[in-house]
Design a protein around this ligand. Structure first.
Ligand SMILES: [Zn+2]
Length: 308
């Protein structure tokens, strides 16, 4: 293993994620001496901290030390870089850039639930229902900062479900404001609205999660699934991996092996949840025998889609 020679003291063993104020929160790129990729750095009560990802497994951790002089790139054949390359190769167009499918080792699909800003409560009954499929049930929750700010009890409930061993949550960044202007063409809407500060949209959600003692994952979902090739490049440059979808259920796309399934659990898409529950109930025998799985973050290892 190469050592980049700046003497970062690594303590990957669960640093307490306290509610102390973070200052100077910023993007950083480079490898730690243990081969992890640094994504962010900040100062917390005067102590340097960083957020790093294991490029082999996508596991994320908060690490002590100042990473400002780190260098290097993750191995091209690592899970992290293979997935990022797959996204880079499919970034044309204005909608649904990012990972839409994977090639998992197990038969199944990834469940992703968008938590865009909403005046409705979280669809808790949906999670209670699906939790009988697996313990814990792996879910990718695309969380917006405005949803977190306006649904503190629902957010706490999700964390409690996770702590009780019922959910395995991968937090996916869905931006702070999730801005949208009705009537504006897609190619100028959502994150493409003039004046959008991408760094602030991304970093604020990450800091909200850290403030709650949660770890942001490397995954990102574009609001409205709307982006441009240039915007995809900027999200990749922040070290993130955009998730698209091949199975937006409310749009009549179907669940298939390796699909990234998209529904909204924020009360705005009851028809999508109904389709998901019907599909799920029909396939419960397969879930119980292991012929079908709801996939987790580790199932992305070795699952990068082939070149288009
Ligand atoms: Zn959304």
């Amino acid at each position: 293993m190469r050592f980049w020679g700046i003497g970062i003291l690594l303590s990957l063993l669960s640093l307490p994620l306290s509610a102390l104020t973070r200052t100077d929160y910023r993007a950083v790129h480079g490898m730690l001496s243990n081969g992890w990729v640094v994504l962010r750095a900040w100062s917390e009560a005067g102590e340097p901290r960083c957020l790093a990802v294991d490029p082999a497994t996508l596991e994320v951790s908060v690490v002590s030390g100042n990473p400002d002089s780190v260098k290097g790139e993750a191995p091209q054949k690592s899970t992290y870089e293979l997935l990022r390359t797959a996204v880079r190769e499919r970034r044309d167009g204005v909608q649904n850039a990012g990972l839409r499918v994977g090639r998992p080792q197990r038969t199944g699909a990834w469940l992703t639930f968008d938590l865009c800003p909403s005046t409705h409560p979280l669809d808790r009954d949906l999670f209670r229902d699906l939790e009988t499929d697996a313990s814990p049930l792996p879910v990718f929750l695309e969380v917006s900062g405005r949803w977190m700010a306006t649904h503190p009890a629902d957010l706490s409930w999700l964390i409690e479900q996770r702590d009780a061993g019922l959910l395995e949550i991968t937090w996916v960044n869905h931006t702070e404001n999730h801005n949208y202007r009705p009537g504006v063409p897609l190619k100028e809407n959502f994150l493409l609205l003039p004046g959008t500060d991408l760094d602030a949209e991304v970093f604020t959600v990450e800091q909200r999660l850290l403030e709650r003692g949660e770890l942001p994952s490397v995954f990102f979902r574009f609001p409205g699934l709307v982006s441009s090739p240039e915007l995809v490049d900027r999200v990749l440059a922040l070290g993130l991996i955009p998730l698209g979808s091949s199975a937006w259920l409310a749009k009549q796309q179907s669940v298939k092996n390796g699909a990234v399934v998209l529904t909204h659990a924020n009360g705005n898409e009851p028809e999508g949840l109904e389709i998901l529950e019907r599909w799920d109930h029909r396939h419960r025998p397969d879930l119980f025998t292991g012929a079908w799985h709801w996939l987790d973050e580790r199932d992305w290892v070795g699952a990068a889609p082939p070149a288009p």
